[in-house]
Write a protein that binds this ligand. Structure first.
Ligand code: NAD
Length: 359
């Protein structure tokens, strides 16, 4: 069976790591028909919009996309198309597995954590009020009327949105994932002691949903304490479910535990479609240098094969990547700083390893 998949190369290191991933996916023998689309600054230049309708329509039609990282201008310029894509397609769950592969130089041994991050709201909902903006003054006046609190006039404001419905579906997603994947525990991190309404709501809902899953343990930890515990004893955590903003930081922290972002895959999932992309960004400083590690993207490809029902190929590709990491000869600078190879040589090695494993 041939799978139609939207392909977004991205920018920076995107085209290299996404291209390498296409190569190894095709080497599994699974048939793909790629529908290439561009988003981000390239699309802005070509079509006058960073997120063209054609890209969204392609994903809606194919229901599956493989996406390289896309840069977001800092401070000014267009808003993150990565965030916009997740919101527009209602890809509400960001699923990121972090595990240590034998051969990786890391001080930890037993990390096997899955972060489930809410993808559509929180501080990333994009409702912002600029300093000195016309509407900002109205908002600050409203806050004064409603609360009696006088916010400094020269303030900028971002709204933090945590809804009951979005919290419920992400926590349910985490518990369902745990059950389907024989995981024993779901944990949430929060600051419900300080953010009594937003994090308080998320925590109340998590406790409520947990009652529907008596076979899975549920724990909650204050976010600051959790950061310390995660670094000291990461093996105590299993599935971690988080609101969007905390999920961003905890994801990168977990990547640090397993040897870096070059090994951190991910998927953005909705009820009936999914976009597979690495947890890392576009690393502009290494763009076009055949230097970046394509394995996070390749492992996202493994997740995509699983999603497409190609379980045997997913297993073989996962094994081939693990073998290349374990051997340690054909890996990039982040895994072997003394004697690294380039992005495309990693792809060669994974294709070779796949051949050795037999089709
Ligand atoms: P980044 O993930 O691009 O890079 C951080 C550092 O991690 C790099 O300097 C590099 O040392 C290391 N790294 C990351 N991926 C690597 C890889 N595959 N191989 C080897 N080393 C790797 O984060 P950043 O510098 O904060 O962001 C750069 C750009 O990427 C920004 O424009 C940001 O908005 C964008 N971004 C996009 C996405 C996405 O497309 N989903 C996600 C995060 C950041």
């Amino acid at each position: 069976m041939q799978h139609k998949v939207t392909f977004i190369p991205g920018d920076g290191i995107g085209p290299e790591v996404a291209g390498a991933t296409q190569r190894v996916l095709e080497a599994t023998g699974v048939q793909f028909q790629w529908d290439d689309v561009v988003i981000g600054s390239q699309a802005q230049d070509m079509f006058g919009t960073a997120l063209p309708q054609t890209a969204l329509e392609s994903i809606r039609k194919n229901r599956v996309a493989l996406k390289g990282p896309v840069s977001t201008p800092i401070g000014s310029g267009f808003r993150s198309v990565n965030v916009a894509l997740r919101q527009k397609l209602d890809l509400y769950a960001c699923l990121r597995p972090y595990k240590i592969y034998p051969g990786t130089a890391t001080i930890y041994k037993d990390v096997d954590i899955v972060v489930v991050r809410e993808n559509t709201e929180d501080l990333y909902a994009g409702i912002e009020f600029a300093k000195d903006g016309l509407r900002t003054k109205e908002l600050l006046d409203f806050v004064f009327d409603a609360t009696g609190e006088r916010v400094k006039e020269d303030s900028a404001v971002d709204l933090r949105l945590i809804s009951q419905a979005a919290s419920k579906r992400i926590v349910k997603f985490a518990f369902d994932y745990a059950r389907q994947n024989s995981r024993r525990k779901v944990t949430t991190y929060h600051k419900a002691n300080i953010l009594k309404f937003s994090d308080g709501l998320f925590l109340d809902i998590a406790r409520e949903v947990a009652k529907e899953y008596p076979d899975i343990e549920f724990t909650d930890v204050l976010l600051d304490a959790a950061c310390m515990q995660l670094v000291r004893r990461p093996e105590q955590f299993d599935v971690i479910v988080l609101p969007n903003f905390y999920g961003d930081f905890i994801s990168d922290l977990c990547a640090g535990l397993i040897g870096g972002l070059g090994l951190a895959p991910g998927a953005n999932m909705g009820d009936d479609m999914a976009v597979f992309e690495a947890a890392h960004g576009s690393v502009p400083k290494y763009a076009g240098q055949n230097k970046a590690n394509p394995m996070a993207m390749m492992l996202s490809g493994v997740m995509m094969l699983q999603y497409l029902g190609e379980r045997n190929s997913a297993e073989r590709l996962g094994k081939a990547i693990a073998e290349v990491i374990a051997e340690g000869k054909n890996v990039t600078y982040d895994l072997n700083p003394d004697n690294p190879v380039g992005t495309s040589q990693v792809a060669d090695a994974v294709v070779e390893s796949l051949k050795q494993g037999g089709k």
